[in-house]
Design a protein around this ligand. Structure first.
Ligand SMILES: [Fe+2]
Length: 253
């Protein structure tokens, strides 16, 4: 019997809402909403990859709890910028250890969930992970990125990008950093430290497509039309068109 997710959804919601203060609550609401959407995305990926039973349950649990560290992070530091506060993946593991789960979870299952929480935000994962540990982690990382595409598009389509989401970098729609662009064109990992403009953010997240773990996620990115919407926000110049051609070729779009 696969346990229900409902008590966990309730527990995470209660935990998030316990951080509402009546002022400056936007960050808490954004991350609760994000957590539930990442769970939905995980379910879509699980369906596409035909993951079943306990494996599917572990993927959903990891997705639901992946950002639990965001609530104490925001309550304490009023930022989602890990470099200015704490690593929210690590904070998530500490939080899960402190709180425990609302229903009994076996030791090995709890370790797999905590590992996915700890590693969901690292740049790259080790290639030699055991498959039963690697799969929930890959599903969470992909499901997370799918929702961040949505958040970023919603945010940048408005007139005033929310500094909570953009970490306050300059919003100059005509400019982007050559260093960020060059790294992406040379297939190197994007670097948050190089971000100077909001367009750099957009370029960096487009570059994530090359590092999605699962074919279903790549298909969902195409189906949901995230990338054309992001490219519509970027300057229409030859270098950006070349990058777009590279991305389209990779996705077979
Ligand atoms: Fe996260």
């Amino acid at each position: 019997m696969i346990p229900s997710l409902d008590p966990h959804i309730e527990a995470l919601t209660r935990f998030a809402e316990a951080h509402l203060t009546g002022e400056d609550d936007e960050g808490i609401r954004i991350k609760l909403d994000h957590s539930l959407r990442v769970l939905d995305n995980a379910s879509a990926i699980i369906g596409g990859e035909a993951i079943e039973g306990r494996e599917a349950w572990l993927c959903r649990m990891a997705a639901l709890y992946h950002d639990i560290g965001r609530f104490p992070q925001y309550a304490t530091y009023h930022t989602f910028n890990d470099r200015e506060s704490v690593n929210h993946g690590r904070m998530g593991v500490l939080t899960l250890r402190r709180l425990g789960f609302p229903e009994p979870v076996s030791g090995p299952d709890a370790r797999i969930i905590r590992f996915a929480v700890a590693q969901h935000n690292v740049k790259t994962i080790r290639p030699d992970l055991r498959p039963d540990i690697a799969l929930p982690l890959k599903v969470v990382r992909d499901a997370d990125k799918l929702d961040i595409y949505r958040v970023m598009i919603d945010n940048f389509c408005g007139d005033n990008p929310d500094p909570l989401i953009t970490h306050g970098v300059a919003n100059d729609p005509a400019r982007y950093s050559e260093t960020v662009y060059d790294k992406l064109m040379r297939d190197q990992e994007g670097d948050y430290n190089l971000i100077r403009y909001t367009n750099d953010f957009l370029l960096l997240i487009v570059g994530w497509v090359f590092r999605l773990h699962l074919p279903t996620t790549r298909r969902l990115v195409v189906e949901r039309g995230h990338l054309p919407r992001i490219f519509a926000l970027l300057p229409d110049d030859a270098p950006i068109r070349a990058f777009r051609a590279k991305v389209d070729a990779f996705l077979g779009a």
